[in-house]
Write a protein that binds this ligand. Structure first.
Ligand code: GLN
Length: 286
């Protein structure tokens, strides 16, 4: 087999990634080659015997080298798909995870239950905008206020809001949680706050070290942001409104306890991810 065909280059790259202990080696090799060739991943299979140009091979090798340094594929290509939408991402934002679609999807379903026009949502820690923007994209009568402590994250989210044509229905604020939203009332408050415990942070996959710590670090017990959000949310929620938050794999009990202790939430639902893990807690004021 010729060294510079698509098939050969893919298999060489896959072996290198595998040898370095990278989990989805073949998938990563394909996504990166499709990126270099500006084509769809599956299109590679139609052209396996195609001979690549020197310049394409050089660019591909450079990307594989950076992937071997444990830079996530999404940061290398600058994109990550979420809810069927291709979001722009940089190392200034957390890469949207498939599990987080449970949060976006659940909120979308429950938004249809409100019996009024012009619904308002808040997204605390908007990051790339994946959650909030996909909600706006799939539900028309909604406007959003999105907050992030990182100005750079807001710039990415703004870019994505324009990309998906929802920028006229979303306002962005650089600030801390509810701080910039004083006086506003929301039908739904969503958040995927930082929830990784300080201890777990030490044992994460090397890729996660390339993501913003600001978006991951939930303090000693991982619950810092749930405490703050739950304490303040009732003041910002409509009487029939709800709060929906992503949680870590073992935080369901603790977060439900915080909600019950708060006393302002009368009904709680837990939404599971595809692996059956309790991934989202939704809590209604009434
Ligand atoms: N799901 C992320 C992880 O464990 C954490 C996201 C978060 O802290 N909100 O990698």
């Amino acid at each position: 087999m010729k060294e510079n065909t698509i098939a050969k280059q893919l298999s060489i790259a896959t072996e290198k990634l595998k040898a370095a202990g990278i989990e989805n080696a073949r998938l990563d090799a394909e996504v990166l080659l499709a990126y270099v060739l500006n084509t769809r991943r599956l299109a590679l299979y139609v052209h396996v015997a195609k001979v690549l140009e020197e310049e394409q091979i050089t660019r591909y090798h450079n990307l594989i080298k950076r992937r071997l340094e444990r830079i996530p594929v999404a940061y290398l290509t600058g994109h990550k798909e979420f809810m069927g939408l291709n979001f722009a991402v940089t190392p200034d934002v957390l890469i949207p995870r498939p599990d987080t679609e449970v949060l976006a999807q659940g909120v979308i379903e429950h938004l249809h239950e409100f019996n009024r026009e012009n619904l308002k949502i808040a997204d605390l820690g908007v990051g790339s905008g994946a959650i909030c923007i996909s909600i706006l994209k799939f539900v028309e009568n909604v406007t959003a206020e999105a907050v992030d402590i990182s100005q750079k994250a807001i710039e990415i989210a703004q870019f994505n809001a324009q990309k998906f044509n929802v920028d006229d229905r979303i306002n962005f604020y650089a600030g801390n949680l509810f701080e910039p939203l004083e006086g506003k009332i929301f039908d739904v408050i969503v958040s995927n706050p930082p929830y990784v415990t300080t201890e777990d942070f030490e044992n994460l996959q090397p890729e996660i070290e390339t993501e913003p710590k600001l978006a991951l670090d939930g303090g000693a017990d991982g619950l810092n942001f749930y405490r703050k959000i739950i304490e303040t949310a009732p003041k910002f929620l409509a009487d029939d409104g709800f709060l929906a938050m992503e949680i870590g794999f073992n935080q369901s009990h603790s977060v439900q306890k915080l909600l019950k202790e708060n006393g302002n939430f009368n009904y709680i639902q837990v939404w599971k991810d595809l692996a059956g893990i309790e991934r989202v807690i939704a809590a209604w004021k009434n």
